[in-house]
Design a protein around this ligand. Structure first.
Ligand code: F6P
Length: 370
């Protein structure tokens, strides 16, 4: 067996753990040859690849980033380095030339969409979902998310002590694109007073009410805001756009917008911290290493069984796989009946909505922990 492997889209803690698991499992259990493509699909178009031996993937379990490199400008159907030309046939040619049985692609919804289109042209893919955002459809969790949440939680913990000392309103902006999973989980773990998510547009009056009430009691306030959060009737805050990217809209800056919006309404000083790429760098948590290793070993078993055109998924604590097609260009968002939302509301956290009356009791007896 001869199998390719690549990482696509933004990097994420745990990518190396997957590369290691896929490669070691294929080499040790199936005597396969593994070929690593550099910088996502660019390596397949530009023919930048090398054989990955057992020793190449040893000692990388704990390392952040990806030893293969990655890119979000490598869509072969609109190849940015060649004026948006469709170069996908070159990938098909290389795949045949190298006599590969399949390729394991570790990426988010954009990568899965490209894999699906290439699969239709005869290139066999197994997908492995990655992203700190936790927004890939049909999987309860992606690796990288736990690490990002841990870092954001630590940031909230640290903001607590300085916020308390100065009686300030402290805003923490997290990443997450169009989903609020990082802000929700870190906000719950860090005991934020207000959590603002893209899924539930916020009312400034309600945030003012919470902060002012706390001011009256001489209390500081912690606000965890997801980068995709927006006011009712308003837009998301866009940091920049880049048409050459598979993810052209970059969100960011809502933390500072919110500070400006609140300044005239409150007496307290307000400070904003934008956590940014700190959430994506560095070593993965123990949980992410385990999830990544399980995903990688399972992906290798799909390859060995010839189950191509599918993405590894975690559903109800079971590993399974779903068609690549079902994942392509879709996002998993925080549902209003999330237990995490209900728990936060139960302990008095505001979601910046006066009409929010979600209660744990309304979720029934058997509540999925999402
Ligand atoms: O998808 C991961 C992510 O970190 C998002 O949370 C964030 O919006 C985006 O990537 C940032 O992209 P870039 O690294 O291109 O600035």
């Amino acid at each position: 067996m001869k199998v390719g492997i690549l990482t696509g889209g933004g990097d994420c803690p745990g990518l190396n753990a997957v590369i290691r698991a896929v490669s070691k499992a294929l080499i040790l259990q199936h005597g396969a040859e593994v070929v690593g493509f550099k910088d996502a699909f660019e390596g397949m178009v530009e023919r930048r690849y090398s054989k990955l031996d057992y020793r190449d993937v040893s000692g990388i379990l704990t390392r952040g980033g990806t030893i293969l490199g990655t890119s979000n400008k490598a869509n072969p159907f609109e190849y940015h380095a060649r004026d948006g030309e469709d170069v996908s046939d070159e990938i098909v040619d290389l795949y045949r030339e190298l006599e590969l049985d399949g390729v394991v692609a570790i990426g988010g919804d954009g990568t899965m969409s490209i894999c699906h289109r290439l699969q239709e042209k005869g290139v066999n893919f197994v997908g492995v979902p990655k992203t700190i955002d936790n927004d890939v459809a049909h999987t309860d969790m992606t690796f990288g998310f736990d690490t990002a949440v841990s870092i954001a939680t630590e940031a909230i913990d640290r903001l607590h002590t300085t916020g308390q000392s100065h009686n300030r309103v402290m805003i923490l902006e997290t990443m997450g694109r169009y989903s609020g999973w990082i802000a929700l989980h870190a906000g719950l773990a860090g005991g934020a007073d207000v959590i603002l998510l893209p899924e539930f547009p916020y009312e400034l009056d309600e945030i003012e009410r919470v902060c002012a009430q706390r001011e009256d009691r001489q209390e500081f306030t912690i606000i965890a805001v997801a980068e995709g959060a927006r006011p009712v009737g308003g837009d998301m805050t866009v940091r920049e756009t880049d048409e050459s990217s598979t993810d052209p809209v970059r969100l960011g800056g809502v933390g500072n917008v919110l500070k400006q919006q609140l300044e005239s309404r409150l007496n307290s000083e307000i400070r904003t911290t934008v956590l940014g790429h700190i959430q994506r760098g560095g070593t993965p948590t123990s949980f992410d290493r385990r999830l990544a290793t399980n995903f990688g070993a399972y992906a290798a078993s799909l390859v060995a069984r010839g189950s191509y055109g599918r993405m590894v998924a975690l559903q109800d604590n079971h590993l399974t796989s779903v068609p690549l097609e079902s994942v392509a260009d879709t996002n998993r968002r925080v549902p209003e009946d999330s237990m995490y939302v209900a728990s936060a509301a139960a302990v008095g956290t505001s979601f910046g909505r006066s009409d929010f009356d979600i209660e744990v009791a309304d979720l029934g007896d058997d509540v999925p922990l999402i």
